[in-house]
Ligand binder design. Structure first.
Ligand code: GDP
Ligand code: IMO
Ligand code: MG
Length: 419
């Protein structure tokens, strides 16, 4: 299975980091294809916790890692992660695409300023400058890694773009004064430090596939945060869907062999935007506390609710998912009853396709199928040892999605996994 795409099927934080680490043991290379340091991927090995924002999670397994052209890269964050790994005795074998767009200080300023202007209609972004950086890429104002390592190009691009950004900051009343020379000095230094990693990664990744090596494409965020297919405008600004792996690394669509969808056994979401199965009761509280549902990147409390299979079925279709890795089953341990939402009810009608209109979505009420809960799945490593009720729950999910569940995660550590 040489080219495997691993993506989140919900609103992010499905446990992609853990499952990527698991798959990475059998891969030669792990590549990120979209998003930036809005992501927070947790990997726990031998009791040690690693949180990655930019570095592909496969780095812990000592694999080759690639940051593809579809990513937006904050150099200071990447350099910190490289340092953190070195302190752990890991020297990453990293390649960064020369086409990757760079997050600049004005992107972070504008991210905050836009959110302020939106007030109570804000998106609840991570504040990392993601949206403004992708906007610049599309508007062709972007500074790419290839420019960062070419001082002449960096200077020229900054001369062109900084006055425009200053005008925007002034118009937004954000009160910040940009200093082009200071930005140049800081970013030229990042360029010098990162230069050795920057290359045409399309050559590298395609050559690995030519040699029948295995490349794992690690998604960030999740399908429901996709700029086109998610709950727009309450989304991120990239393509976390499987299709993003092609465009975000320069690997043709026909080369991919498999799509793995990571699905949390319930639903969570950080930031604003609709979430039909959100629970504000004691069960919601149980999920937050037992699931330790606090953001890996911003520390914000995640909104929690029952598993939304309307959204998941839509995600399986959009991504043509071959197999599901289900995570955090153990978090449902101890609940007397568990519920699945297979359809919504809207204006007296049943809806089974996830609507694109937020106005319709906001009127959708989940229709639940209730099932018996179970005592304990935590730490179980063998399918046969799972309680019958947990097996019934998994079978109901797999049947409704018409996709096999091949991995079941029963705890945060690498070994708490059932194949
Ligand atoms: P990602 O962004 O999709 O990589 O997910 P995050 O790392 O942001 O959030 C998932 C959280 O759940 C992390 O703290 C993981 O350590 C933890 N986790 C992953 N799988 C499991 C599991 O099966 N059970 C429990 N209890 N925690 C898990
Ligand atoms: P991982 O990879 C969960 C959410 C933010 C906000 C919206 C837009 O760890 O699953 P942005 O900063 O991207 O412009 O914010 O997207 N968001 C995430 N939610 N997990 C993530 O990443 C996320 N990355 C962004 O909370 O609602
Ligand atoms: Mg996360």
């Amino acid at each position: 299975m040489p080219a495997i795409i691993l993506i989140g099927l919900q609103w992010g934080d499905e446990g992609k980091g853990k499952i990527t680490d698991f798959y990475a043991s059998r891969a030669d290379c792990v590549a990120r294809f979209q998003g930036g340091n809005n992501a927070g991927h947790t990997v726990i090995v031998n009791g040690k916790k690693y949180k990655f924002h930019l570095m592909p999670s496969g780095v812990i397994q000592g694999k080759e890692v690639v940051i593809g052209n579809g990513v937006v890269l904050d150099p200071s964050v990447l350099l910190e992660e490289i340092e953190m790994l070195r302190r752990e005795g890991i020297e990453p074998s990293l390649r960064i695409s020369d086409r990757t767009n760079v997050i600049m200080p004005y992107h972070r300023i504008l991210d905050g300023a836009e959110e302020n202007l939106l007030g109570d209609k804000k998106i609840g972004t991570t504040g990392r400058g993601i949206g403004p950086c992708y906007a610049d890429k599309i508007s062709r104002f972007g500074i790419r890694m290839g420019d960062l390592i070419d001082e002449q190009a960096l200077r020229e691009k900054l001369e062109r773009v900084v006055p425009i950004k200053q005008a925007m900051i002034d118009a937004f009343n954000a009160g910040e004064k940009l200093n082009a020379e200071k930005i140049f000095r800081e970013y030229a230094e990042y360029g010098r430090r990162l230069k050795k990693y920057v290359t045409d990664t399309t050559l590298y990744v395609n050559s690995l596939l030519d040699e029948d090596k295995t490349v794992l494409f690690e998604g960030a965020q999740g399908c429901m945060l996709d700029i086109d297919f998610g709950t727009y405008p309450y989304t991120t600004s990239s393509h976390p869907v499987a299709g993003g792996a092609s465009i975000g690394t320069g690997v043709g669509p026909k080369r991919f062999d498999k799509v793995v969808g990571v699905l949390k056994a319930y639903t969570t979401r950080v930031g604003e935007g609709p979430m039909p199965t959100e629970l504000k009761d004691a069960v919601g509280g149980h999920l937050v506390e037992k699931g330790k549902e606090y953001g890996t990147t911003t520390g914000r409390k995640r909104r929690c609710g029952w598993l939304d299979l309307v959204a998941a079925r839509y995600a399986c279709r959009i991504n043509y998912v071959d197999e599901i890795a289900i995570t955090k089953l153990d978090v449902l341990d101890g609940l007397k009853k568990v519920k699945l939402c297979k359809i919504y009810e809207c204006d007296g009608e049943e809806i089974d396709n996830f609507p694109s209109s937020l106005a319709i979505l906001s009127r959708c009420k989940p229709v639940y199928e209730e099932m018996d809960g179970w005592e304990k799945t935590e730490g179980i490593k063998n399918y046969d040892e799972l309680p019958e009720q947990a097996k019934d729950y998994l079978n109901a999910i797999s049947e409704w999605l018409d996709v096999p569940i091949n991995i079941i995660s029963t705890g945060p550590s690498r070994e708490e996994t059932i194949m």
